[in-house]
Structure formats: C-alpha cells, structure tokens
Ligand binder design. Structure first.
Ligand SMILES: Cc1cc2nc3c(=O)[nH]c(=O)nc-3n(C[C@H](O)[C@H](O)[C@H](O)COP(=O)(O)OP(=O)(O)OC[C@H]3O[C@@H](n4cnc5c(N)ncnc54)[C@H](O)[C@@H]3O)c2cc1C
Length: 380
C-alpha cells in the first residue's frame, strides 16, 4: 500500500488551494448572500483547467486522474462549495459522460468546448415525481421523422440557467420501464426549451438551480447518447462517478470548517485561557480531525478504484455517505466552537454548515446511498 501522492498531484492540490484562497475567498460571503453565480471565478477555473480535469487533452481537457480531481474539489470546497458543485457537475456528470459514451461527432461538437470551460453543462435527471426513484421518468422523448420530440419538466438542475449544453434523461418506451429511457444532448435556445425561475436555497447559494420545461423540443437523433434504451444505465454510471466528486466536496466543507474552528480555538479565550485548552473543545477537534481523515481515506480509495479500473459503485457510495455525514457533523461543531461568532456570516462557518446539508441530498440521498451499498453487499 502506498499513500504517497505524486509530484503532479501535490502541485495541483497546491494550485487549487492558492486559487481558492486568493480568488474564491474574497467575495464569497456576498455571493452567498446575493445568490450570485460566480461567473468570473468560473472563467478563472476554466483557465486553470479545472472544468475538464479528467477529460483527455484531445477533447480540450487536462487529462488528469480522479485523485487530482478530488483534491481540487476538496480545496475549492473548503472555501466555496457553490464553485465546487459547478466543477463537479461539469467534470463528473457532463464531460465524463460524453467522453465515455458519446459519439466522435458529439465529442467534437460539445465536449471540447465543455472541457475547456468555454461553456458549461448541466445534467438533468430529477423531476417533480422522479427524484430518488429515477426510474419514474415522466419526461418523454418520442421518435418522429429522424428526430426526438421532448416534453416534460426537470427539477433542481444545477447550472440550470447558466449552462449551454444539457444532458437530458427522458422516457422513450414506457412499456420497457427503465430499459426504455434515453439520454439526449440539448442546447440552450432550442425552440420549446424554457428555463424556470431560480430556486432560493439554504446553501450553495452561488450555484444556479432551476427547473427546466420542455414543450415539443425537437432534438436531432444524432444527439441521443448511446444505443436506444441506454439512458438509465448512462445516468447510473455517470452518477456513480459523480458521487466521488460530491464526497470530495463534503470532505472539503468538513476540512474548511475544522481548520477555521481549530484556528479560532487557539485565539479565543474564556476563563483565562484559550478555549482549545478546555478538554471539551480539544476533544471536539480530535473527533473532527479523526472523522475527516477517515472520510479522506474513503474518498481517495474510491478515486483510486476509478483510476485503476476497479468497480467504484460501492466505494463511491460509501465515500459519499460517510463524508457527507462528517461534513454536517463537523460544520455544526465548528459553529459551536465559534460560539456566538459562529452564528454570523463573517466567520464563514455558518455558510459551511448550510452548504454541508446538500451533500446528504443530491446525487442520491444518504438513504439511497445505503440502498446502493446494501444491495451491493448482498449481491456479493
Ligand atoms: C441544490 C440541488 C441541486 C441539485 N442538482 C441536480 C442536478 O443538477 N441534476 C439532477 O438531476 N438533480 C439535481 N438535484 C436533485 C437531487 O438529486 C434530488 O433532490 C435527490 O435525488 C432527492 O430526490 P427528491 O428531492 O425527489 O426526494 P425524494 O425522492 O422525494 O425523497 C424524500 C425522502 O425520502 C427518502 N427516500 C426516498 N426513497 C427512499 C427509499 N427507497 N428508501 C429510503 N428512503 C427513501 C429520501 O432519502 C429523502 O429523505 C438537485 C437537488 C438540489 C436540492
């Protein structure tokens, strides 16, 4: 077993850390307050190659491994989880899905621009009546004269208003249930494609979440991804990798909250001493750090599995389940360690606490991760 990171992996981690500190920290409180999409910051992340990290350079990406990707996700999430979810969706769900399952034409037309960050993408699976139960797709895609006609509504779509390219999952053959589902590439501005109002959220408020409405949207047949009926498998395969990214986001939120709490505990005094000298606070730090290390190992193991051609359905689900719980617990304790200051915006931990919650919900709730893990275990 070798835990040593390569020189290249360490350099990219350091670059992400510097970037987050210098470019994301200034203004993060204001962006959260105003629910402002981090447009300039996304441009800079594109310049650094963070938007197509695992995509081959042949298609405009950085050609890095999943380990590097999760380390960048962690560093960005320590400061701004709204930015890291943009990185995660574009990398794990959109670019990875297109590179692995798209046709050469689809890759040339869409992937190169997405991986370079010239445009960003969205992944559209959830619906008002199909969240955890993603097989219940009500959006339809009916084949007609060499096109598909798409009708329906998607909910909660990250990058919903800002994306240019949307991977949309829809039902073509309801009688075949999940085997009748397809995935399509849609472009913003296609006639009949409407973007609903922006959601007002608890956390990751800089991220742009919308519902999408499709009224007879005509999509060329060549925009279908994979064989007829491949859509559900496409979504599940893509989300399996996506979970590793969200697990890394959760890890970053936890580490960010822990680092702030530790620093604060060394300067804040009560009863004549720094609060870190009270065992109740020191033990909190010990628990936080131990749990973060355990989460980091799960995240890196899942990334390593993916990089080395092993199955990562289970390791990714375990990483997400555990890291998201650690993010929530750590952020709550970080607020506690800050006392009253933890409850106000300028100390950052209240935002991290609000941001942590989403990691237990999207890309499969914690309950659904347990379904994935237990099914995997029982099938062994
Ligand atoms: C900010 C945000 C961004 C998002 N971004 C995207 C995106 O980009 N693309 C996209 O497609 N979706 C996105 N989602 C949707 C997200 O993936 C879903 O909200 C999530 O999968 C849960 O679905 P739901 O909200 O319908 O909850 P439901 O499925 O209604 O679940 C409600 C509760 O019941 C539990 N539950 C449901 N079924 C079971 C079961 N079988 N066993 C045990 N418990 C169960 C759930 O765990 C949950 O606690 C986003 C959501 C949010 C809030």
């Amino acid at each position: 077993m070798d835990f040593k990171l390569s020189e290249e992996q360490l350099l990219i981690k350091e670059a992400a850390r510097d970037f987050a500190k210098n470019e994301l920290l200034p203004g993060v409180i204001e962006r959260d307050e105003k629910q402002e999409f981090p447009k300039e910051q996304v441009k800079k992340m594109a310049e650094l190659g963070f938007l197509g990290m695992m995509t081959s350079p042949e298609y405009g990406g950085s050609g890095m491994d999943t380990i590097s990707y999760v380390m960048v996700m962690e560093e960005i999430s320590k400061i701004d989880a709204s930015c890291s979810v943009i990185v995660s969706v574009n990398n794990s769900l959109v670019c990875w899905g297109l590179e692995n399952y798209g046709t050469e034409e689809q890759k040339k037309k869409y992937l190169t621009r997405l991986a370079s960050g010239e445009i960003i993408g969205a992944f559209c699976l959830s619906e008002p009546e199909a969240g955890s139960d993603a097989t219940s797709q009500k959006t339809t895609a009916i084949e007609k004269d060499g096109h598909y006609i798409i009708n329906g509504t998607k909910n909660w779509i990250t990058n919903g208003g800002t994306a240019d390219v949307y991977l949309v999952i829809a039902q073509t053959h309801p009688e075949k249930k999940h085997k009748g589902i397809n995935a399509f590439i849609l472009e913003k501005g296609m006639p009949g494609f409407e973007i609903g109002p922006k959601e007002q959220k608890l956390g990751i408020r800089g991220s742009d979440t919308h519902s999408l409405i499709f009224n007879d949207v005509k999509v060329p047949k060549e925009n279908r991804i994979g064989e007829d009926g491949f859509g559900f498998k496409f979504a599940m395969k893509t989300l399996a990798g996506g979970r590793i990214g969200i697990a890394a986001q959760a890890l970053g939120i936890a580490s960010g909250a822990y680092e702030l709490a530790k620093e604060y505990s060394k300067v804040r005094k009560s009863f004549g001493t720094e609060i870190c000298n009270h065992q109740a606070i020191a033990f909190k730090l010990a628990d936080m750090h131990t749990q973060i290390e355990a989460a980091r190992h799960l995240v890196l193991k899942a990334a390593w599995d993916k990089d080395n051609g092993h199955d990562y359905d289970l390791s990714g689900a375990m990483a997400k389940l555990y890291a998201s719980q650690v993010a929530m617990d750590t952020a709550i304790e970080a607020v506690q360690i800050h006392g009253g200051n933890g409850y106000v915006k300028e100390y950052h931990v209240e935002r991290l606490m609000r941001d942590a919650k989403i990691t237990q919900i999207y890309e499969g709730t914690s309950e659904i991760q347990k379904v994935v893990i237990s099914r995997g275990l029982l099938a062994e």
